[in-house]
Design a protein around this ligand. Sequence first.
Ligand SMILES: O=c1ccn([C@@H]2O[C@H](COP(=O)(O)OP(=O)(O)O[C@H]3O[C@H](CO)[C@@H](O)[C@H](O)[C@H]3O)[C@@H](O)[C@H]2O)c(=O)[nH]1
Length: 483
Amino acid sequence: MATPKVKPLSIFFIPWFATGHLIPMVDVARLFASRGVESTVLVTPANAALIQRTIDSSSSSLSGHPCIRTLLYPFPSAEAGLAPGVENLASVPSTDTYKIDAATPHARPALENLLRTHRPDAVVADVHFGWTASVARDLGIPKLIFHAIGLLPVCAMDSIYKFKPHLNVCDDTETFPIPGLPHPILMARPELPEFFLRDVEELSTFVREMREAEASAMGVIVNSFSGIENAYAGHLYKTKRLRSWFVGPVALAANNSKQEQAVRGSELEEGSNSRPITAWLDTKPTGSVVYVCFGSWCHFSDEQIREMASGLENCGHPFLWVVREDVSKELDPEPLSEKLGMVVKGWVPQVAILSHPAVGVFVTHCGWNSLLEGLTAGLPMVTWPQSTEQFINEKLVVDVLRIGVKNWDGFRTTVEEDNVTVKAEDIAAAVGKIMGSAGGEEAEGMRKRAKEYGEMARAAVEVGGSSYNGLSSLIDEIRSYKK
Ligand SMILES: O=c1ccn([C@@H]2O[C@H](COP(=O)(O)OP(=O)(O)O[C@H]3O[C@H](CO)[C@@H](O)[C@H](O)[C@H]3O)[C@@H](O)[C@H]2O)c(=O)[nH]1
């Protein structure tokens, strides 16, 4: 007699409206799908267009089983005051980013309706959708929080909110420790996420979302691995009784077949051309290239772009620099490419570039995904944080893991007068500390540690590795709740 088929688990994933949140959430959904879970990503139309090829290719690489799909809901454009089709932090001007935040609560009715209609077995929601906790409670299903950042920054922000150490310093140059963390981490006021300093309403929204998200959540699903953040899993449990499951680095775990790597690369490279990039990288010696990219939405002043161009040109190493589409023609750094570097406007397949043997150092804004992708590729980094939690991430790279150097030692406020935060000579010097002979033993140590962390990250996602096992135990536990 044939054994009755067990119905697969159905899990809904709700990413937020930013590329740095969308990409890893889709990777998490793909990971679940690769273990036989029916993964459904709830997404607005313009954001769906960004991920559709990844979703389609994942479905076909999963032997044709419809294990991953998207379910569309409308973006609340009118409520947010955004033009139709503008649905992502990356597509709004820097002055309008608050409108994406403003849109977020208006997405609730449509999302809630989908959850109540389809009644999945569990929901994994970005921390911005804290209200999902109460819907999950009504439906009697487990709910997991996805922060899109690591546990160190989550714990650091929680501590700063609770103990307000920044209120005990005299000025912006005085540093203070973040209380109670497993590592001694020193910060200065200008390095804090903006909402701690400026906007009481923004802070209270952030905290409300966090509290709502944590209320009755089963725990936190983390794009990281125990080799770098284990102490913070313990800390989170000690301070908030919140459990966490490491399943990352997800860019590596979800893309570990060659075919999937290729597809992910080709989807993201639209608007630019990866072939010349690869061909150019192929001509460069191993470890010689400086790769410079600042995620999906960082903006720089015109003056800073000029300064960066000059710094890179003078650093004495070939460089591959990714600039946003909206860099004005007048500032176009492209002529540089005739000299030492290659400048690409728009989107590049970053994960593939980082793993090219020619790349020797990553100049990064320390967005969590970039940080993990650089680490996974075993690369030392020059850190150039801009905003949000990126300065906290920088502490992980520079002070805790010791695989990077800061691009300058000042603070943001000291430089905003002339719209240049980092001078050309500082950029060249920071790169030199890792690439040049000036770095000496220290640079050698950084490169060695970076390689070791890269190996650790790969081991974590292999069958039997810590993140692989983390996902297995999470799925088993979700299954045990299924009625
Ligand atoms: O040309 C590009 C540019 C970016 N990426 C990818 O886009 C993602 C960018 O994410 P991230 O490095 O985290 O940067 P942001 O887009 O700036 O991310 C936002 O979201 C992150 C996760 O919450 C936060 O850590 C950051 O501070 C916040 O700015 C990464 O996967 C990159 O590989 C590309 O593939 N090609």
